[in-house]
Ligand binder design. Structure first.
Ligand code: FEO
Ligand code: CA
Ligand code: CA
Length: 663
């Protein structure tokens, strides 16, 4: 979800601090005044080379030798002609590639799905159609194929000003968004959640298999089960659910994952925005909710559903903020909220099988000054017995990351009874620790990060990549080695190397792979390699993928403005050898959109990307120059028809004539 919402213009749904205004009140020690201490000499030189304003500070010999050295070592691991950065109404992909729209908001998933009619939207229709604002994209091969499988896609949130005709009015020259009807709220709820849909490649082009037996929509109303240590706890019981185990719906599913045993993980991120009303005076959850920013009141659902009203259902927010697991092989299965993985504003949950067979999930809590986590299952993955793995996520150890100044790190156990996580501090059990995961991290002294987004293990080189999207609220006296820039507008990427190459290790090393932003502006302090062109740099890393060759691809959220001169997109980022920290633009989105996904099929011949909230904004683009809403859109991507609104969509990128991407 982008941070650049038009909150001032569309106040009813746009979350003021979507993706993180910062709700961490604690003062874990920052390390202070050590910017640059962990810059490698080489990193400093390369970063400086692109900065003509300070080139005089760089040794002339280095100016000559660094690019040559990169070429001598083979340069970039990616072979494609870079796209030119810019802003316009359409998407663009590198020459020699096709970028085909596969699934748009409203597209049919079943043989009985109504045709998409934006002027006659109903919840019943939306429940049979592809949802809104596609974010995470996963691919679960069927029979081991890279050309036939299940596409699983999260639908993170809704943009009513782009979705519904007649909702926005110009009053006294100002744009105002009217209240939503119950039917529109129901459409919103049906447009959330996720899609599971069978797809197949036919003659080199991906197609949806209509009415595939496993096709399914998960929504904000689907029955789910709370499992693990929090299931049945008093703090998750409500008037509607005395068991404390039965929850309806999943909210704000941002990134996610596919487990080694082929289930679909949906991470609940900014759940706070769906709740309104006030807790009863003196309610015990007040401190808990403050730490999570509940309520934000961005959505109008509480007008029609009591469970989103804190005055009526004060425990309901404790039933959100979890990692949800869906068994995609049974379309009637009840999705499970796996509480052992903690309750945060989860960006995603990418996993890897460690050498000892345990499965390790990496988790970012996307808010300013919040933490990076990992979860290690107690049990081991059994590749020969899918059923034996189905409850692995109910038992394991949750850790929170502490990044130290010297480039080492520790994974601190988030376990009741250890250290400060005791009854004295208000934790009577592990259930309390998990419901208030953030406060547990505060007390443990975890490192406050610049909005942790995707955290991706790389099974080829053994490293782990942490996307840190930005944090403009970090002050100069709050910088530390792992968050080295004050007012960090462009974010950075950290590379972790677990001790002994063991993903279950409780300690490791880390370094900053890349500080993002325009390297031609000295004050930004970006550290892209000198091979990186004016098209190749980016800011706001958000989602990422590692392809089968072990190469890193980064997608971004928030580059859409005049200052950057570029939309969001998908960038190929070298991590190895002399080309390390070289970035190239492979695909870019239409105006107003954020780039989500990305995901490579196991054969590396397809990259799926999700174009989220296209057309959301246009004031900053000369081609529109004013607010964008249903009747006056900055783009009508991807249909470009006057009677069709802009539609978030998943795009399949393939090489013309076939073959592996960027090889
Ligand atoms: Fe939904 Fe952290 O982006
Ligand atoms: Ca984001
Ligand atoms: Ca994201």
């Amino acid at each position: 979800m982008t941070e650049q919402f038009s909150q001032k213009i569309f106040p009813t749904t746009q979350l003021e601090d979507a993706d993180g205004d910062g709700h961490n009140p604690t003062l874990n020690p920052t390390m202070g005044e050590i910017i640059g201490k962990r810059f490698s000499r080489r990193g400093f030189l390369q970063g400086s080379l692109a900065v003509s304003a300070i080139a005089a500070t760089v040794c002339p010999a280095a100016l000559l030798s660094a690019p040559n050295a990169a070429r001598a070592a083979g340069g970039s691991a990616f072979s494609f002609a870079e796209v030119e950065a810019g802003v316009d109404a359409n998407h663009h992909v590198a020459e020699g590639y096709d970028a085909d729209v596969l699934l748009r908001w409203g597209d049919a998933l079943f043989s009985d799905s109504p045709a998409f009619d934006p002027t006659k939207q109903t919840a019943a229709a939306q429940e049979r159609q592809f949802g809104y604002n596609n974010d995470y994209v996963g691919f679960i091969p069927l029979e081991g194929s890279s050309e036939h499988g299940l596409l699983v896609v999260n639908h993170e949130y809704t943009n009513p000003h782009l979705m519904f005709p007649g909702l926005v009015k110009i009053v006294d020259g100002k744009v105002e968004q009217g209240p939503l009807s119950k039917e529109q709220v129901d459409v919103e709820m049906a447009a959330h959640g996720g899609t599971i849909v069978e797809i197949r490649k036919v003659d080199g082009k991906w197609q949806v298999v209509p009415d595939g037996k496993l096709n399914r929509r998960v929504t904000a109303s689907t029955e789910m089960q709370l499992t693990g240590p929090v299931a049945g706890h008093d703090r998750v019981k409500t008037n509607g659910d005395a068991s404390g185990k039965k929850v309806f719906g999943t909210l704000n599913n941002c990134a996610g994952g596919v487990t080694p045993w082929g289930t679909y993980i949906m991470a609940e991120e900014n759940f706070h925005g769906y709740f309104s009303g006030e807790l009863p005076a003196g309610h015990a959850e007040a401190g808990n909710y403050e730490r999570y920013g509940v309520p934000e009141g961005g959505y109008e659902w509480a007008n029609f559903y009591d469970r989103f009203d804190l005055a009526k259902e004060p425990n309901e927010p404790n039933r959100f903020g979890w990692i949800v697991e869906v068994d995609v092989m049974d379309p009637t299965s009840v999705p499970k909220k796996r509480t052992a993985l903690g309750r945060t504003k989860h960006e995603g949950a990418e996993s890897i099988v460690a050498a000892n067979g345990k499965v390790v999930f990496y988790l970012g809590d996307d808010e300013r000054f919040d933490y990076v986590y990992k979860f290690v299952t107690d049990g081991s993955y059994n590749p020969d017995d899918r059923a034996a793995n189905m409850d692995l996520l109910d038992a394991g150890m949750l850790y929170v990351a502490k990044f130290d100044e010297d480039g080492t790190m520790a994974w601190l156990p988030v376990v009741h009874g250890e250290g400060p996580l005791t009854a004295e501090n208000g934790f009577a059990s592990q259930a309390d620790v998990l419901i208030e995961t953030r406060r547990a991290g505060d007390l443990l002294g975890a490192t406050k990060m610049d909005r942790p987004e995707d955290v991706q293990p790389n099974g080829v080189n053994g490293k782990v990549y942490v996307m840190l999207t930005n944090n403009t609220k970090r002050k100069a006296d709050q910088v530390d080695a792992a968050n080295p820039r004050a007012e960090n507008a462009f974010g950075h990427i950290i590379e972790i190397e677990e001790d002994g190459g063991d993903f279950t290790a409780i300690s490791g090393k880390w370094e900053v792979l890349l500080k993002c932003g325009d390297p031609s502006v000295a004050d930004v302090g970006a550290t892209f390699s000198t091979e990186t062109t004016k098209n190749g740099w980016f800011g706001m890393p958000d989602n990422c993928a590692v392809d089968a060759a072990g190469r890193l691809w980064v997608s971004t959220d928030g580059n859409n403005n005049k200052a950057t001169g570029r939309t969001d997109g998908l960038w190929a980022v070298d991590t190895e050898g002399d080309a390390r920290a070289t970035s190239k633009l492979f695909f870019r989105v239409p105006v107003g959109a954020e780039m989500c996904g990305p995901l490579f099929t196991p054969d590396d011949e397809t990259a799926f990307v999700a174009v989220q909230h296209p057309g959301d904004g246009g004031e900053d683009w000369d081609g529109h120059g004013r607010p964008s809403y249903y009747e006056d859109l900055s783009t009508r991507w991807p249909d470009f028809k006057d009677d069709m609104p802009v539609r978030p969509a998943v795009v399949a990128i393939t090489k013309v004539g076939g073959g592996k991407i960027a090889v």
